[in-house]
Write a protein that binds this ligand. Structure first.
Ligand code: FAD
Length: 525
């Protein structure tokens, strides 16, 4: 009874605020399967912010869907309403710049439990062992996908570094980590999707069916539909991981080795690493920080003790792994040694650890818990993620790592290359126009330490300087997890792909209802 009253209140609010013209009884049916439209202040509050903590926008209501039909009913109502209202799917809200927010509509909370209760409704991951795939709800977190598939000895092939992100959220961007050189991003490992379009239709799409929608949605920044189901490719799950870090003081040697290692993607698995990443160490404080706690406490590292001290203090860390199980345990040492012999790192700087596959994949969560306990997780995150063409990495190193950043960074800086041929050009995501490009991720936190260099203003200004430097130096970077505020900037971002992106929008979300927090298209009221 109380639920129905709240639902009626939420619908009344929509009628008054946006002039909902649809028969409200259709929306009242939202509650039938356990889904719920809510105006509870705690729901509205959590849907108003995100991990970045840089923007706030309050929705009129929050929908906790039970089924794809709940999602479709709401979108249909938005589409049919005279003035319309925006609908934003929200996964785990781990965006930086309000991409899953809306202040003139409804947020659909796709992920997680509510008030500590597990959401009723959307079915748990369904694994088909024989064909090696899993069907998952779009709001499922990757950590839960992993836990489910491991019970069958299987696992997805391509990951993000952090697993408390939703399937729909990462597939709307790309989903990358150190496996991307080999398997491509997560969007290259999807067989099929169920999508609720901006007209409220539920469509299944794949390489064979509704192909244009399939490619539009992958990397589509939530613009063309809400992913309610994804069919993800699986492989036999390795049991353990040999995790290795080696250091470089010479940037050319570092990138040369990274590029060599990713060029091995076509080789048998015994002759390549399974994961290739890296990071830049600009200041001593960083080397034992949250992403690199690996080195401590057993292996504390002092930059000055390594050859890096004569390189403006900048060191580069290559991070690689080799997966193995009982059948390959005898050969893993030999395989690692053979590969390491071909690399040019500082010979005294090999750090190795060995752990369960699941613990490796879930490594950043440990760091999260540590930061949470110190009150350092829920702080503003002015993150900047760039795809940089391989040919300009040396200029980027000189201008940014050894230039703009000075010797303090306020957070990890990841750097690793990927092979463009593992990215489907038909997807909506944009990458630089070279066969190999790098992710450079400046993952910084603004802290209230009293020092200027840790403030949000300082870090945001530095981000702007970095982007300006790239323009001035003619380095054709593309933002990953892009953030722009004008359509001109978006057109520039998409370049040749803008025409197709725009056309897809007209076809699948003609009233600009979906994911308005991306600020790509203006809503026509
Ligand atoms: P949200 O922030 O909730 O949503 C993001 C966008 O996707 C919004 O526009 C939203 O409307 C849309 N959306 C959400 N769900 C759906 C859906 N079901 N259907 C359609 N659209 C939808 N990314 C990487 O690639 N690799 C990494 O290693 C990585 N590590 C990260 C570590 C941390 C700590 C954080 C905070 C982020 C990281 N990211 C990484 C970025 C992350 O992939 C994106 O921010 C992603 O969007 C987060 O997923 P989410 O579920 O929180 O999405």
């Amino acid at each position: 009874m109380a639920t129905k009253l709240l639902l009626t209140f939420a619908i009344c609010r929509l009628i008054v605020t946006v002039g909902l013209t649809l028969d409200p009884t259709d929306l009242l049916r939202l509650g039938d399967d356990g889904g719920q439209l809510s105006v509870d202040p705690s729901d509205v509050d959590s849907a108003s912010s995100d991990f970045g903590m840089l923007n706030r926008a309050e929705p009129l209501a929050v929908l906790h869907p039970s089924t794809a039909e709940d999602v479709a009913r709401l979108v249909k109502a938005a589409y049919a309403t005279a003035r319309g209202f925006a609908v934003s799917a929200r996964g785990h809200g781990h965006s930086i710049n309000g991409q899953a927010q809306t202040n003139n509509g409804v947020v659909i909370q796709m992920s997680g439990s509510r008030g500590g209760r597990r959401r009723v409704g959307p079915s748990p991951p369904l694994i088909v062992e024989k064909e090696r795939y899993v069907d998952v709800w779009g709001g499922e977190l990757w950590i839960d996908v992993l836990r489910s598939t491991l019970k069958h000895g299987l696992a997805p092939k391509s990951w993000t570094d952090y697993l408390y992100l939703s399937v729909g959220g990462t597939l709307s961007n790309a989903g990358i980590s150190g496996q991307a050189f080999n398997h491509g991003p997560q969007i290259s490992n999807v067989h099929e999707l169920d999508v609720v379009t901006g007209k409220g239709d539920i469509l299944t799409c794949s390489e064979e069916e509704n192909t244009e929608l399939f490619h539009a949605v992958l990397g589509g920044l939530g613009q063309f539909g809400i992913i309610t189901r994804a069919r993800i490719s699986l492989e036999p799950a390795p049991q353990r991981v040999r995790w290795i870090r080696v250091l470089y003081s010479n940037f050319t040697a570092f990138t040369g080795d990274q590029e060599y290692l990713i060029s091995l993607h076509g080789q048998p698995s015994s002759q390549k690493f399974d994961y290739v990443e890296g990071f830049v160490i600009v200041d001593e404080g960083l080397i034992n920080n949250w992403r690199s706690s690996f080195f401590s406490p057993r292996n504390p590292v002092k930059i000055s003790s390594l050859n890096g001290s004569n390189n403006g203090g900048v060191l580069y860390c290559l991070e690689i792994t080799k997966n193995y199980d009982e059948s390959t345990a005898d050969t893993v040492d030999q395989e690692v040694e053979t590969l390491l012999k071909k690399l040019n790192f500082i010979q005294t700087s090999v750090f190795t650890t060995d752990l369960l596959y699941v613990d490796f994949l879930d490594r950043v969560h440990k760091a999260e818990l540590k930061l949470r306990s110190k009150g350092l997780w829920e702080v503003p995150h002015p993150w900047l993620n760039l795809f940089v063409p391989k040919s300009r990495m040396a200029d980027f190193d000189k201008g940014v790592f050894k230039g703009i950043l000075g010797n303090k960074t306020s957070g990890p800086i990841l750097i690793y290359p990927m092979n463009k041929n593992k990215w489907d050009p038909r997807s909506s995501v944009v990458t630089p126009d070279e066969d190999v490009f790098y992710l450079v991720a400046l993952l910084r936190s603004a802290l209230d330490t009293g020092e200027d260099i840790h403030t949000l203003e300082y870090l945001s200004n530095q981000n702007r300087q970095i982007l300006r430097f790239c323009v001035d130096a003619g380095i054709k970077v593309k933002q990953y997890l892009p953030h722009y505020t004008t359509q001109e900037e978006w057109m520039d971002h998409f370049g040749d792909k803008w025409g197709r992106f725009h056309h897809r929008k007209l076809e699948f979300d003609p009233r600009n209802i979906l994911a308005t927090g991306q600020r790509i298209f203006k809503r026509s009221l």
